[in-house]
Design a binder for this molecule. Structure first.
Ligand SMILES: [Zn+2]
Length: 489
């Protein structure tokens, strides 16, 4: 009898203290969201970044000037430490010339037919195409890392809809001397557009080498986007050392559709010309701001986005938004007078897009300096309405995070799924210098439906970001950092 009472007492006490903890957590999280929604700084700082500095391709002068701005901006908030961490980055440069022209007697006729059937996209196309005698100039841009054409490259067009078709045509010798168009569209049935992207991005990353193996002269790659528009979306591509390096261009989705529809014209000739090049590596920096932990100053919770972007647009969603989420999360906690238990570190990583040199340097330096990271969170999926987190952890860690569902549900945060956290945090856990293979890693998941309308295209500008959505993302990140800081040892 006595024993039973004791058990009841312990259970009752822990239940009461659990309720109290949940209640104080829920009140503090409410304050985080209130401060973000009433007095958020992220949107204003994102405007300064995008409009003051524009795109931030690794190794560019723009990127270096923006790094200086970021250091000064973070210092102006009085965080305990602000530092620039040096790292060497690759330097690929888009040239002044970027032309894709198609000469096809059938094109005029087909454009007329498109207008009759598939309306808007092709009317827009006709306006945009600059007809030059019998050829058209089409919206296209070099893929990042591509070699130039050293003059121009011409050839007939071979369209492949998927990798199996590439192999079949290649083995039959039908790609030799061709300009190959990779034209596999996103799978529209997939709810997460990141999952659709994952199924198609091999075309952009590996397409040039896949086609070079069968003697192709160059590749055009359908833009990685759900939308049917006229914006070519760039992005990184890689060559395989043992194969010839052939030029690679992105074409807008509506251009890819148009080219595929005239590919049966026996007189069709494609000509491309571009003078992009790779220059020697250049010194750049990760940008870091931190608030020291009161209980575990030598244990770190890192969170951030990547500061570099592609050179189309302003890198607003990708990934100015992620960097501003991280800065604002640190600001929110400081503005509310929160004393962190662990050292909280906001990081703007450099060079995620074409090398992840900043991420690798950060992990190396953390190991060298004995900075033990207990958790890391990345935001690199745009500034849209937050939905939840992907979690790279053992099942017990995921179960722990799911116990916070009721605290975050009032803010629309309900998606907690096992998955990768992000390219920039991965080396901390999975790289050769990892100090903590069991650390918790997470990626902020916003709504994904519009992300690939903007991704790596000239449309990724400040105006495409919504103030409330951005501030909700920052508050969500801050709430998660708070819960991790309170829970982890
Ligand atoms: Zn990104």
């Amino acid at each position: 009898m006595k024993k039973n009472i004791a058990i009841f007492f312990i259970t009752a006490v822990s239940a009461v203290s659990g309720v109290r903890a949940q209640r104080s957590d829920s009140l503090f999280i409410r304050r985080i969201y209130d401060e973000a929604l009433l007095n958020g700084h992220a949107y204003k700082r994102l405007e300064e970044l995008c409009k003051g500095y524009g795109s931030r391709l690794s190794g560019s002068d723009h990127a270096e000037r923006a790094v200086t701005w970021a250091g000064n901006m973070l210092r102006s908030y009085g965080f305990d430490t602000v530092m620039l961490q040096p790292c060497m980055v690759p330097r690929w440069q888009r040239g002044k010339t970027e032309l894709l022209s198609v000469s096809s007697p059938l094109l005029n006729k087909r454009l007329k037919q498109f207008n009759d059937t598939a309306g808007w996209a092709c009317e827009a196309l006709e306006e945009r195409y600059k007809k030059q005698a019998a050829s058209y100039l089409l919206p296209a841009c070099a893929l990042g890392g591509s070699v130039g054409t050293n003059g121009s490259v011409s050839g007939s067009l071979c369209v492949v809809q998927n990798q199996a078709e590439l192999e079949t045509l290649g083995k039959a010798g039908r790609l030799k001397g061709c300009i190959v168009l990779f034209n596999e569209p996103f799978d529209e049935k997939k709810i997460s557009t990141f999952s659709a992207y994952g199924g198609c991005v091999y075309q952009r990353v590996n397409g040039a080498s896949l086609a070079a193996r069968y003697g192709a002269r160059a590749v055009l790659v359908r833009s990685m986007s759900n939308s049917c528009d006229l914006h070519p979306h760039t992005g990184v591509m890689h060559y395989v050392d043992s194969l010839p390096q052939i030029p690679a261009m992105a074409v807008a989705t509506s251009v890819a559709n148009t080219l595929a529809a005239v590919a049966d014209d026996p007189k069709l000739v494609i000509t491309i010309s571009m003078d992009c090049q790779t220059l020697p590596d250049r010194l750049s920096h990760n940008v870091i701001a931190e608030e020291r932990g009161a209980t575990f100053p030598n244990r770190y919770i890192a969170f951030g986005g990547h500061f570099d972007s592609w050179d189309q647009g302003e890198g607003a969603h990708d990934d100015g938004a992620g960097c501003m989420h991280a800065f604002e999360a640190l600001r929110l906690l400081k503005a509310l007078g929160y004393t962190p238990r662990h050292t909280l570190r906001c990081v703007f990583w450099m060079n995620e897009e074409n090398g992840a040199r900043g991420a690798h340097t950060y992990a190396e330096q953390a190991a060298k300096n004995g900075e033990f990271h207990v958790a890391a969170i990345e935001s690199d999926r745009g500034g849209f309405t937050p939905r939840g987190f992907s979690i790279d952890a053992e099942d017990a860690g995921i179960a722990q995070i799911k116990t916070w569902t009721s605290l975050l549900a009032p803010y629309g945060i309900h998606q907690f799924e096992k998955g990768g956290a992000g390219v920039d945090v991965a080396p901390l856990k999975h790289g050769p210098n990892s100090m903590n293979k069991s650390m918790l890693q997470m990626g902020l998941i916003p709504d994904s439906q519009r992300y690939f309308d903007y991704h790596h295209a000239e449309t990724d500008v400040f105006e495409s970001v919504n103030r409330r959505e951005l501030h909700l993302g920052a508050a969500t990140l801050a709430a998660m950092i708070y819960l991790l800081d309170q829970t982890l040892e």
